[in-house]
Design a protein around this ligand. Structure first.
Ligand code: WTA
Length: 630
């Protein structure tokens, strides 16, 4: 939806709230349906049961690919830029991408994948990843992409939970100067017992020799020789599952967030168009990995649904040096650049010299996502990258929301550093107080919730609907609860403060404190642990672990390394604690509850006022913890 100015925004917003079903039906009709929906929405947040575009039949790839063939067959759909700046890029026109997706879809079919089956995709950022995602959608299989930085253990958990039949992977991966034997991680995961898996399809990235299990493992390049490019899109019901994506919550293991076809398609397409306002010749670059929701919605689906050109980058911002992002923008004439505050802060720390040699004139709009952006980073981004002329869209949303919810739009929204801004048309956020009542006034802080469904609201957590209800729909009656705290300024702009639950956001990646504690506790020397977040200059939040061992370690550095290794094995390197403090006991109440409030204060380095510690079983523990703080 191309909105031109703030008056128009307010008028459309008003209509969208007064008559949401009509609003969304009109948005949805701009997509191609095999048969139209008969009813726009049915919803009940108590159960929860939300259905959009009921009885509509479509296939998201018809809208991402086939639809553009008539007029845009030769337009570039996807540009792939290697980790190695010397390796030549690969460009896919819409016609070629369509062909490759159909061929991959036929490979999946030949390997026994049927409509409704779950396919796990554990791959680096190579074109085959995007093609595999779309190939699943083409035949109605449910993709479950697992970020290739997760460990074998974490991968196995996700495969088992989704009961996936097939894994698509690669021989290895290449990021910066690092090479990882990806296929070996898959083998390790499958060795630990993933009985549902029948086939492993291996793409060739590094040309490595890999162990292949006879009857189970096949090479993608061999399989592609056996198929043609003829694969009609499977007609799917609007509420059929499109994908599962695992994300961390405050309790237990990561949960499989489920999105369905009609609603997700409409919302990913609508938000991409509305927020970024890309023109015909623009080049859109989202730096997120496809293993996260941002990669799903704004590297693949959003741009392709709109016939845009999307850029996929295999590498990291600091290889071969801190100028890589700017070099890539210069090379392709990127117009829209969408990244995470943590990347901006990391690059900011290397000064501005690495920006100066590149021509960034092509840029029209900048975006951020995943965590709050601090004012300093916002200003640096605005001045040194946007040269003071590009607006910044600070987009707030979640894996569970499927697409951007609160954000500036294109060129006209008010620009206020660290503020996500106003809700998109169709989105009804509220702030709730401790009693669960809506705070009507501005300049107040509260719990951020949404009072009316939007098309890509989470449908369920895979295999455990009750968990979905408890996590998102039971805290406040008849609201979707986000887990975030927020503040509204005098003009109604939202500023996201951060999580109010036990989720920490490290470099824009979500971890549950319980999840990291469980990983640490797997180490044989550890008796128990407590994990909290603390402010970290580059990562936004860092992980601080308080660990009780059987006896205080004689060589703490060694034990620390062992614990880091355990976490790497259980979850992946991205979840390694930044600080580990060994303590003789954790501060617990008489009923055995860990007083995290105290630990958070210690981790933040603010021990001047620890509040009431009289309910602690052993208040002396606190002195020891404060003295040993890192
Ligand atoms: C946080 C990422 C502040 C928030 C799309 C949310 C943000 C969690 C922003 C979801 C933003 C995301 N400003 N905080 N612009 N965007 N967050 O599921 O705490 O990986 O609940 O989705 O990231 O993280 P997720």
């Amino acid at each position: 939806m191309k909105i031109q100015n703030i008056e128009e925004y307010h008028s459309i917003y008003k209509q969208s709230v007064e008559n949401p079903e009509q609003f969304w039906a009109e948005v949805a009709r701009q997509f191609e349906w095999i048969s139209p929906f008969s009813e726009t929405l049915k919803w009940d947040f108590e159960k929860p049961d939300v259905q959009w575009f009921i009885n509509g039949k479509t296939n998201i790839t018809l809208n991402c690919l086939d639809r553009h063939l008539a007029n845009h067959a030769d337009k570039t759909a996807l540009i792939w830029e290697s980790n190695d700046p010397k390796e030549k890029e690969i460009r896919f026109t819409y016609a070629r991408l369509h062909e490759e997706v159909c061929r991959m879809a036929n490979v999946l079919k030949n390997n026994g994948v049927k409509k409704g089956d779950r396919v796990c995709i554990y791959m680096p950022m190579i074109p085959e990843l995007t093609i595999s995602v779309l190939a699943c959608a083409r035949i109605g299989a449910v993709h479950s992409v697992v970020f290739a930085g997760f460990s074998a253990h974490a991968l196995a958990d996700r495969i088992q939970d989704a009961q996936a039949n097939v894994v698509i992977t690669s021989d290895g991966l290449n990021r910066g100067t690092k090479e990882v034997a990806v296929k070996r991680v898959v083998d390790e995961a499958l060795d630990s017992g993933c009985d549902s898996i029948q086939k492993v399809i291996v793409a060739n990235r590094l040309g490595w020799t890999v162990d292949m299990t006879h009857g189970r493992d096949v090479f993608l390049h061999d399989e592609l020789l056996k198929v043609n490019a003829d694969c009609p899109a499977e007609p799917m019901d609007s509420e059929d599952m499109l994908f599962i994506l695992y994300t961390s919550g405050s309790t237990g293991k990561p949960k499989g967030v489920v999105h369905t076809i009609g609603g997700y398609m409409v919302y990913a397409g609508y938000t991409f168009d509305t927020v970024f306002q890309c023109g015909e010749k623009d080049i859109f670059w989202c730096t997120a990995d496809v293993g996260w929701i941002t990669g799903h919605s704004y590297l693949i689906y959003g741009p392709l649904l709109n016939g845009a050109t999307t850029l996929m980058f295999e590498g990291i911002p600091t290889y071969p040096d801190a100028g890589r992002f700017w070099q890539v923008i210069d090379k392709y004439g990127v117009t829209h650049f969408y990244t995470a505050p943590t990347a901006i802060r990391a690059l900011m720390a290397s000064g501005v010299d690495h920006v100066l040699g590149y021509n960034l004139h092509s840029l029209k709009l900048l975006g951020t996502v995943g965590e709050p952006i601090n004012e300093e980073a916002w200003k640096w981004y605005h001045l040194h990258i946007g040269k003071g002329r590009c607006p910044i869209v600070d987009t707030w949303w979640q894996t569970e929301t499927g697409g951007i919810m609160i954000s500036a739009i294109g060129h006209f929204s008010p620009q206020k550093p660290a503020h996500a801004g106003l809700p998109l048309p169709g989105i009804q956020p509220v702030l709730l107080n401790n009693d669960g009542k809506e705070i009507k006034e501005n300049e107040q802080e509260g719990y951020l919730a949404i009072r009316f469904p939007w098309p890509s609201i989470i449908r369920t957590t895979y295999g455990d609907h009750e968990r979905c209800r408890l996590t998102y729909f039971s805290t406040y009656n008849n609201y979707y609860f986000t887990g975030d705290g927020a503040r509204r300024d005098a003009d109604g702009l939202y500023r996201i403060i951060g999580r109010v639950d036990d989720v920490i956001n490290v470099s824009g990646h979500r971890f549950g404190t319980a999840e990291v504690e469980n990983a640490i506790n797997q180490n044989k020397k550890v008796v128990e642990s407590a994990v909290v977040g603390f402010p970290h200059y580059i990562k936004g939040q860092g992980i601080y672990a308080f660990v009780v061992c059987e006896k205080i370690p004689e060589s703490p550095d060694f034990t620390r390394e062992e614990i880091l290794e355990t976490v790497t094995q259980e979850i992946g390197r991205i979840a390694k604690p930044d600080k580990i403090q060994f303590v003789t006991a954790l501060p617990k109440t008489r009923s055995g509850k860990i007083m995290r409030r105290i630990l958070r204060k210690v981790a933040e380095g603010d021990t001047s006022n620890l509040g009431d510690t009289s309910t602690l079983l052993d208040p002396l523990v606190v002195d020891e913890i404060v003295q040993g703080a890192i």
